[in-house]
Design a protein around this ligand. Structure first.
Ligand code: BES
Ligand code: MN
Ligand code: ZN
Length: 495
């Protein structure tokens, strides 16, 4: 889908040739003399439209408007969150009407979070999964114009939003693929393809190489599967080679049956989404490739299946991790931490400025936070704050969780340095405490996206979270920050 940002007042927008026009109407709306604002003004006066998000009114062949369909949509205070809700509702309602060309008019006082929200919400609401349908009825929407009063003022935010939306969509597409398609091998191939199109470096290691490095914990999870494991290393270089990178680590379990500690069969299909962390890292790299911010980023993706088999790892088995620590595997279903711990140790070799791992790690995190906020655990205060802020700005929020030493108590083992599970209580924190043992040498944060990476029920599907958060976070570090007018050139002289 093509997005463009255009300077268009309401009078000019009314003349735009398109299949539908969405006009966002905020609380501060004052009708002018043009056809669109007259329409909105009259509708408000008659009580047929309120400037609240979720309130909509459709008109057909309104006089003075070139678009046959006009959708007036309330957007409250015009904040990112309200614009998101309004655009989701509007684009959602136009979804099946065969619209190819759409114009969305933001309120006159729209700020950059509104631009970002409009782009991402349009992409989100119009996405259609077709990869494994025999009669693919795909996305109809081809071209979307975001109309604002001053396009130049919003250009940076717009480009960032468009790249983030592409990254989110890519992560959704990978996440939604069935587990017989999205194998570790396929993820490796996707990473290579991504590297080729976007000028990234990429290395994909197989079982032999991973064994040679000594990732005994990762190998143990993979050993019960017919699918060979992959360890993906992606590198984006946007700054001097000597500059310490941010390392992103994504859990890439392409199917989590639980292994010998097998899961109940109810909803087990949803464990194809257990590579959501990996998908979000790939999606973020796609956005980096498009935006080319001034920083270095390394992506690490340990990927395998977790399956029951005669060769599977068993409860009670003890393995040697890359860090040298031995691990007693008491529950083979706590496999995410077993593949992540070796990747976290591997991350040390890059002397990172910060490491952020992203994982659909615990059912307990779903219980704690549901599908609204991802769980954030961090050993470093400024890293935590940056991720919290990025989540709010990108409307992809997370919530800080604790890491008190007492939570590590339950991970004690009589036979190894550490056990891979503790009690059920505080399960998301126990898992984070396990990971923290392997992330002591750099500022570290962990995002538990078990509740946010996908939706269940009728809307079952990957969300692409937390690509929005990660892109925002990285742009904040990489000089392509969207807020600062100083970055856009001549306006400010001294720093
Ligand atoms: N992939 C799951 C976590 C998960 C479960 C995500 C349900 C979303 C919904 C993870 O590998 C897992 O199975 N975790 C166990 C850990 C337990 C055995 C300590 C869990 O959460 O039950
Ligand atoms: Mn599991
Ligand atoms: Zn899992």
């Amino acid at each position: 889908m093509d997005f463009e940002l255009k300077t268009l007042g309401l009078a000019a927008a009314a003349g735009e040739k398109c299949d539908a026009l969405v006009m966002l109407v905020g609380e501060s709306f004052k009708p002018g003399k043009d056809a669109l604002s007259k329409l909105a003004g009259e509708a408000i006066k008659a009580g047929d439209l309120e400037p609240k998000p979720g309130k909509m009114l459709q008109a057909y062949r309104a006089s003075g408007v070139a678009a046959p369909r006009v959708l007036l949509a309330g957007c409250g205070d015009g904040s990112g969150k309200r614009v998101q809700a309004a655009v989701q509702a509007a684009v959602g309602s136009l979804r099946t009407s065969g619209i190819k060309r759409l114009v969305i008019c933001l309120p006159g006082d729209a700020e950059e979070d509104a631009v970002r929200a409009a782009v991402c919400a349009t992409a989100e609401a119009s996405y259609v999964y077709v990869a494994t349908k025999s009669k693919p009825e795909g996305r109809e929407l081809k071209r979307v114009t975001i109309a604002v009063r001053d396009a130049r003022a919003h250009e940076t935010a717009f480009h960032a939003a468009r790249a983030a939306a592409n990254g989110i969509e890519y992560a959704r597409e990978l996440g939604n693929l069935p587990p017989n398609h999205a194998t570790p091998t396929r993820l490796g191939d996707e990473a290579r393809k991504l590297a080729k199109t976007h000028g990234l470096q990429c290395e994909v290691l197989g079982p032999k190489e991973v064994a040679k490095i000594g990732m005994g914990s990762f190998l143990a999870v993979a050993q019960g599967s017919e699918q060979p494991l992959r360890f993906i290393v992606l590198k984006y270089q946007g700054a001097a080679a000597g500059e310490a990178p941010v390392v992103l680590v994504g859990k890439g379990i392409t199917f989590d049956s639980g292994g010998i500690s097998i899961k109940p069969s109810q909803d087990m299909d949803e464990m194809k989404f257990d590579m959501g962390g990996a998908a979000s890292v790939l999606g973020t790299f796609r956005a980096l490739g498009e935006l080319r911010p001034a920083l270095n980023v390394v992506g690490l993706i340990p990927s395998c299946e977790n399956m029951p088999d005669g060769r599977s790892v068993k409860p009670g088995d003890i393995v040697s991790s890359l860090s040298g620590q031995t691990i007693e595997i008491l529950n083979t279903d706590a496999e995410g931490r077993l593949i992540l711990c070796d990747a976290l140790t591997y991350a040390q070799r890059f002397k990172p400025a910060a490491v952020v791992d992203v994982a659909t790690l615990t059912g307990a995190c779903v219980v704690a936070l549901g599908g609204v906020r991802s769980g954030l655990f961090a050993s470093d205060e400024s890293l935590a704050q940056a991720l919290l802020d990025a989540g709010e700005a990108a409307l992809d929020p997370c919530w800080r969780m604790p890491l008190d030493e007492e939570y590590a108590e339950g991970l004690k083992s009589n036979f190894a340095d550490v056990a891979n599970v503790a009690g059920r209580a505080g399960g998301a924190v126990n898992a984070a405490k396990f990971l923290q043992r392997f992330a002591a040498d750099y500022p570290w944060a962990h995002l538990d996206i078990a509740g946010t990476a996908w939706k269940s029920g009728g809307a079952k599907g990957a969300t692409g979270r937390p690509v929005g958060l990660l892109v925002q976070f990285l742009l904040g570090r990489g000089g392509l920050a969207t807020e600062k007018p100083a970055r856009r050139g001549a306006k400010r002289k001294s720093a």
